[in-house]
Design a protein around this ligand. Sequence first.
Ligand SMILES: [Zn+2]
Length: 401
Amino acid sequence: MLDLILTNARLPQGASDIGIVDGRIAALGHNLGKAREVRDLGGRTVLPGLVEAHIHLDKAGLLCRCGQVDSVQQAVAAVSTLKRDFTVADVHARGARVIEAAISQGTMHMRSHVEVDPRAGLRSLQAVLALRAEYAFALDLQVCAFAQEGLTNDPGTGALLEQALDLGADLLGGCPYTDIDPMAQIDILFDMAARHDVDLDFHLDFDLDPEGSHIRAICDRTIRQGWQGRVNLGHVTKLAVMEDHSLATHAGMLAKANVAVTALPATDLYLNGMDQGHRAPRGVAPLHLLDDVTVAVATNNVMNPFTPYGDCSLLRMANLYANLMHLGAGDFPACLRMITEGPARILRLADYGLSVGHHADLIVLDVASADEGLATIASPIMGFKAGRQSFDRPAARLLRP
Ligand SMILES: [Zn+2]
């Protein structure tokens, strides 16, 4: 006896019913037998729950507290000032809004960076750890203790990162480009990751100068430490301005070291090239040109000085990426993988995707295909987390006179 059968689902592999037992997909096909509950999806498209590889819950929703900025340095400085006054309740309230928006847009797995330093202390972390527990019914949250403002230049931050891991953070995040000694920061974080056996996620190479990349340093250290498959790089916008041969060389290093890259189009487009007027380069890493590299697109910031936009829709991010890279319908499946299978590998999720035996984490889109979902930035109408319905979104109704 199955717990639930979803009939008339449209999957990438064709029309199917989905049988669910104990939170997992037990069968795919037709005439699956008896179930406690049967739901007819009417031919609607089913995707696996979307995976957000990179977001900042702690500094979302700050737009009303600060003015406009002209550079990433100004954005970091603006938040640096504000976060001294962050309370646990404040971070919790802003983070909860973002998580609820993300859930209703189909996200079921999320990695959030949380700034841990002498200004924020461990308050933001405490709030996000509480959110992790409160929303576990609908979303799996990975918490990345993050040194946004440098490590070697910010005494006390290293000890706070270690405390954050002891309190329950899942991994470590760094930002070499804000450190006065980027190479030392990379070494310190790899050492710490080895001591605690955790993954690493760096904000890296966030400018439009093709020189001075830290990709080689990260890839070399990854291989030396045996950390292949455990390191993700966010932004990496230097890739957007490298010559072809240099791009190919760096892609080769990333593939060899199994280091992943996550583009953050909303932020990368907004902050890069601000000083260059209407001929500004696009400033987003060309993920589709990185052969054999695990890649993702993700949200990054929501309504703050880094990115004054955001509805937490990963389908919007994949659509934005496709649009700005001139990618047509033939590339849509690859763009969809950037918000599903790619980030699932980055988060090292076990049993992810629409296969028998895997977790029954599914969203339902009122469209005829996954490609149409991407093209139209469809909002899911319902989702099932571990086989239990975790949200619904009633359709808009026209009220005729
Ligand atoms: Zn970020």
